[in-house]
Ligand binder design. Structure first.
Ligand code: ZN
Length: 146
């Protein structure tokens, strides 16, 4: 079966081999994507593993109110609902554990530790106009955009 397939493919081999858009390796004849399988997988992984909060979330009135009133329980819920994110995503973005975020959202825990607040806001990449520079990491403040 595979023997037959191989010989059939040899006949229709294209003249110029296509190359991966990312690593420039030769693409398999069977690959119709612009990238090789490894790069394609890497791209999907990067997209999946780097969730972010869409900009429209921060424009939402309720979100702004939650930030203003330091209602982090509500903030997390709203950001997840409006941003289409899972608790897992928030955990990955902020470095806070999922169980902590879950307790935070349910109201079982309150967020009072300033380092954790900064971690949350930094991880979610909340706009500095909303949080004020004090509630963001010094790393971000020390490096103004060029
Ligand atoms: Zn590649």
């Amino acid at each position: 079966m595979s023997q037959q397939l191989r010989s059939a493919q040899t006949v229709v081999r294209p003249a110029a081999p296509r190359r991966c858009a990312e690593c420039a390796c030769r693409l398999s004849r069977y690959n119709e994507e612009p990238r090789c399988t490894a790069c394609q997988r890497g791209l999907l992984h990067r997209q999946r593993s780097r969730p972010s909060v869409p900009a429209h979330v921060w424009a939402d009135r309720e979100v702004r109110l939650a930030l203003l009133t330091r209602d982090f329980c509500r903030l997390c819920r709203l950001v997840r609902e409006l941003g289409g994110l899972r608790q897992e995503d928030l955990s990955e973005m902020t470095g806070l554990t999922q169980s902590f975020l879950s307790m935070l959202e349910s109201g079982a825990r309150r967020l009072t530790n300033i380092d954790k607040i900064v971690r949350l806001l930094d991880g979610l990449d909340a706009p500095v106009e909303l949080t004020g520079p004090m509630l963001r990491s010094a790393r971000g403040a020390a490096a103004p955009p060029r």
